[in-house]
Design a protein around this ligand. Structure first.
Ligand SMILES: [Zn+2]
Length: 373
């Protein structure tokens, strides 16, 4: 094993109150760190109560960025299954078969960040922090976000999602593809007038922007933002969550934040992708608000039922609250994703769970972007 490899260990004891959330959980730690602390080489569980934390600069950032980008993804070829574009009839059968096979191979696509929720970077941040201020009990912010890939998605956002959200006092952020179909400004105006946010979802959803040279990429970011400028879009989300270091760097010049990196991306858009943190953080000049809950499309592809998916969201939200993270849910409003009766019911139950739990509070991506990180 190379010194730079990650080792999965369960934490059985911690030296500080700010780390109590980590007891009993598993994290991925660099083998070099375990070696430097003289921890047993092959232990699967470790007690840190009397272990001096490592003082390595850049350790948190190293873990966050190890699988954060999908740089190696040749955009048209490598997405394992472009379920987005398979015709509906074929999708239901072929998709079920592929999903079943994929689900049984979690060890291949969910190692790091570990599926479904890997908070290794947050553990390391708290472990290496010298911060002795008492842990505050601020409510965990909950962000509801949607990717709007089509006119159907926008219609269903307005008809089916916004009312549900407003009924529990929530507002959401919808990332709209700006340059692929005719935008219905009547509907978009309605979204903003009701207190919800609009963000930019790439350019035309062809997953090429991240891979273009810098000038062409920036031109697309400029044009995408301009198409939605009247709604003052504060944030960006990359289509299919395909993102490169170059894209993340450029985004700082056009948006207040990006929200394209999942905490644990699972199999899509490429196996073992994500940032292993549920807390907003900076990548260079860009503020990243990670997508922390399991995504609707991925869970559906893996064959989970709407009721199971609703329970996953609750489980993930509880774990994120314990770790003092930010809950960020991404749903798609198209009928085949979350814009149908069964998924809307799962969504409604999740909203009611949140509003009934005092440890959570509704927030908005634009508001989170205003808070210093
Ligand atoms: Zn999309």
């Amino acid at each position: 094993m190379g010194a730079d490899d990650l080792r999965r260990v369960r934490i059985t004891g911690v030296p500080a109150r700010r780390l109590e959330w980590a007891v009993g959980r598993e994290f991925s730690l660099p083998a070099s760190v375990l070696q430097s602390l003289a921890l047993p080489e092959q232990a699967s569980a470790i007690d840190l109560t009397h272990v001096q934390p490592p003082s390595l600069n850049g350790l948190v950032s190293d873990v966050r960025l190890r699988a954060a980008f999908t740089d190696a993804l040749p955009h048209s070829a490598r997405v394992p299954f472009s379920y987005h574009y398979v015709p509906a009839g074929v999708r239901s059968y072929v998709g079920r078969q592929l999903g079943k096979r994929l689900r049984s191979r979690e060890a291949q696509w969910g190692r790091f960040p570990q599926w479904p929720l890997d908070l290794s970077a947050d553990f390391i941040a708290d472990w290496t922090s010298s911060d002795d201020v008492p842990v505050t009990n601020r409510p965990t912010p909950v962000l509801l976000t949607h990717d709007i890939d089509s006119p159907d998605g926008l219609r269903r956002l307005v008809d089916s999602f916004l009312g549900l959200e407003e009924s529990v006092g929530a507002r959401s952020t919808s990332y709209v593809v700006p340059c692929a179909w005719k935008l219905d400004h009547g509907l978009l105006n309605d979204v903003v007038a009701r207190g919800h946010e609009i963000g930019v979802h790439g350019y035309d959803h062809s997953n090429r922007t991240p891979f273009f040279d810098r000038d062409r990429r920036r031109q697309r970011l400029e044009e995408g933002r301009a198409a939605l400028a009247r709604y003052a879009p504060a944030g960006y989300r990359a289509p299919s969550l395909v993102r490169t270091a170059g894209l993340l760097e450029d985004l700082a010049d056009y948006f207040q934040y990006d929200s394209s990196i999942p905490t644990s991306g699972g199999p899509f858009p490429t196996p073992n992708n994500g940032c292993a943190t549920a807390r907003p953080f900076r990548i260079g000049r860009t503020l990243e608000i990670p997508i922390t809950l399991r995504r609707d499309g991925t869970a559906q592809f893996l064959g989970y039922s709407p009721a199971e998916i609703g329970r996953m969201w609750v489980d993930d939200a509880r774990d994120i609250a314990a770790a003092r993270g930010t809950v960020v849910l991404l749903t798609h409003c198209e009928k085949r994703f979350s814009g149908n009766a069964a998924m809307l019911e799962a969504y409604r139950q999740f909203l009611e769970f949140i509003v009934g739990s005092p440890e959570f509070a509704w927030s908005l991506a634009g508001r989170v972007a205003q808070a210093p990180v």
